[in-house]
Every structure is written in C-alpha cells, then in structure tokens.
Design a protein around this ligand. Structure first.
Ligand code: SF4
Length: 373
C-alpha cells in the first residue's frame, strides 16, 4: 500500500508525521498551485466547489508518483464533502487511475467503525503504536496552530514583515523535521523567541480582523490567495474561526481531543441568527462572526468557494449579524477565476473602511467622555 491524501494548508505536516511514525509508505503530492487547480478543474464537474477541484489535482499528481490508496475524511449533512471520496475515486477511475479509498469518518456515529478504518489505514499495526502515532501527529497539528497564531501577531507589528515570513517558513520546516514531542515543543518555543527578536513598529495598535467561512478556504493559503499574509502586510492582526486541530478533532475524533481555541460555543452563538445546521460550517461561520464582534474585533471577512451552499446561506445572514452587532463584514467568493490583484484592492478598501469607522467611533466616545453624552 502506498497511501496519499489531498492538501489543505499545513495539514500535510501532521499527516506526514502520522505515516512516518507508523512506517507507512506514502506520497505527498506537490503543494497546491495554479497547475494543480487547472489539472483538477479540467477533470471535475463545472459546478464542483474549489476544494474538490484542488483535491482531484492533488490525487492525479500523487497517482503519477505511485500512490495506490487515498485517505480522505468524510462528513454528514447537507454539504458535498461527504461525497468527495467516492466521487473523486470514480472520476479518477474514469481516467484510468484506480485508487483504493479509505474514508476516516465514524459511520453512523460508531467509533468502532472509525477504529476499524484507522487500523486499515495504519497497515494493521498494533494499537499502542497507532495511538502513539495519532498523539504525536495531533501534537504537531496543535503546534502548527500555535505557530500560525504567533505569525498572525508578528506580521502586522514587524518593521519588516518579510522577516516574519522567514520565521514562519523556518518553523514549518523544523516542525516537519521534529522527531519527538520535545522537538515539537522546541519549535514553538524557538518560533516565539525569534518573533521576540524582531524589530517592531513603535506604539502600533493594529486593526483586528476575524476570518470566518468555509474550512478549506480558511486553512489553505493557495485557495484564498494567502489572504492572511496580505492582511498582515497591510498592518492587520488576523485571527480565524477555526484552526487545523479544530478541524481534525471535529472530523476525525468527534470532539474527543482538546483543540487549539475551543469553538464548541459557536453553534450556540449563532442561534439568534441561524438556529439549525445548514451543512459544512455555515452555522459556525455565523457563530464565529458573533464571537469576533463580542471580542471587539474591528471587522470580519467571510471566505467561501463560489458554489458552496452552506456558506451561501451564511452569507445571506451575515448582514443581519453585521447590523445588529455593528461590525463591518465583507464576503469574498473564491474560485478558479478569482485573481489576486482584485482581492488585494478589495482588502485595501475594506481596511480603509474599518479604520475610518474605528477612528470615528473613538472621536465620538472621546467627545462623550469630555463633553458628556
Ligand atoms: S462546505 Fe462548501 S466548499 Fe466545502 S465541501 Fe461543502 S459545499 Fe464544498
């Protein structure tokens, strides 16, 4: 068995750690690029969502490098993600590429079913070793989340944001190379101290923007034109509603582990605006926006692939959240046609808007303090 899996941002780091630990042969497809997308688009249904097209591109590449098995996670509810694995396998079979599919999802909520599939993917290794591998890989996911957050902090504050990017790249490489839990902790510590060593802007208080939306576009920089990096270089502190460990915990472990930044309250926060599930992370998108508003963020950006139903529902509700909690919200659709230049123009306009609003609110509150309201 030579296993592969599609990319989604930095998720390759923990998944690779899992396979390395278990001594399983695997193929890491080349990182997402325009070539991956055009390959995937060529062989996907036109209306398929962007993550699906990128998955197809990754799997074709991996098969060309000798992969014979694909590892996917599944999902339930009114979103296409639950069908991804089967559909991708069938599309590839039509192209003459026959990959065996292993889907990591608890079928009908049964954890024994999930355990069986994990054992299958792990090449029938003994359970203690599998559990050790899962713990180690999940530790890397948590570390990656911490590192991303450290970089979110550094980008807008560094005098030279490119140095923050260098620290980020170094952390990715070192985390990939870490061979034990101590090594993983050391990477996070070293990243923190390198960021402490950066020359920072004096008395700079950045605008804070929360990013919510469809999980793949949130976690995968290629699919959203690296919006976090652009915002950081525009002097904005970014946070997002979900990180890799949160996604793995929800999709594979059914909430058994502790994820970086707990978002289990997001569904409850969404209830006054959307009180039932709409598939994918539509409800969490609303809850995430409410959470950012409550924590005093200056704006929210909603990211979604063009044909994503759950997020289209969320997009139709976010104007109410924006109005009732008085937080500016911008929705950005991404697909294979979207260009980086257009995205940058919209980001700059949004940042100008929230900056003006913030200054105006500060002036009004200063007036009220001095002159009385
Ligand atoms: S959430 Fe949207 S983009 Fe993601 S798989 Fe479902 S339909 Fe596609």
């Amino acid at each position: 068995m030579k296993i592969t899996f599609p990319h989604m941002g930095n998720i390759w780091i923990p998944v690779k750690a899992l396979f390395d630990y278990l001594d399983i042969e695997f193929v890491l497809p080349p990182q997402n690029s325009k070539r991956t997308l055009s390959l995937g688009t060529q062989h996907s249904p036109e209306g398929a969502c962007l993550p699906f097209k990128l998955n197809i591109g990754n799997l074709i590449d991996a098969a060309a490098q000798g992969a014979d098995t694909m590892l996917m996670t599944g999902g339930v509810g009114p979103c296409r993600f639950g069908y991804y694995g089967d559909l991708e396998r069938d599309i590839l079979a039509d192209l003459g590429i026959n990959l065996k599919l292993i889907t990591l999802e608890p079928p009908d909520g049964s954890l024994t079913g999930l355990a069986r599939r994990i054992k299958l993917a792990a090449g029938d290794k003994p359970w203690p070793r599998i559990i050790g591998a899962v713990k180690f890989a999940y530790g890397k996911a948590l570390a990656m989340d911490r590192i991303e957050d450290i970089i979110h902090w550094a980008r807008p504050r560094a005098l030279n944001p490119r140095l923050a990017e260098e620290i980020y790249r170094q952390a990715q490489t070192e985390l990939d190379q870490a061979r034990d839990a101590k090594g993983v902790d050391r990477v996070v510590r070293d990243t923190r101290s390198r960021v402490r060593g950066l020359a920072l802007k004096q008395d700079y208080e950045p605008l804070r923007v929360g990013i919510v939306g469809e999980i793949y576009t949130l976690l995968d920089p290629f699919s959203c034109h690296d919006i976090e990096r652009h915002l950081g270089h525009l002097g904005v502190h970014v946070d997002r509603s979900i990180y890799i460990s949160g996604w793995i915990n929800e999709h594979v472990f059914q909430g058994l582990y502790k994820a970086y930044k707990d978002i289990s309250h997001h569904k409850a926060l969404a209830k006054p605006f959307l009180n039932h599930t709409v598939g994918g992370h539509g409800q969490e998108t609303i809850g995430g926006a409410v959470d950012f508003a409550r924590h005093g963020f200056d704006g929210v950006i909603h990211l979604l692939p063009l044909t994503c139903m759950p997020e289209i529902v969320a997009a139709s509700i976010l104007p109410q959240v924006s109005k009732s909690l008085q937080i500016p919200v911008m929705t950005l659709y991404v697909d294979e046609q979207a260009g980086e230049a257009g995205l940058l123009t919209r980001l700059e306009a949004f940042i100008d808007l929230i900056d003006r609003e913030k200054r105006m609110n500060r002036r009004i509150s200063d007036e009220q303090t001095v002159l009385g309201g």
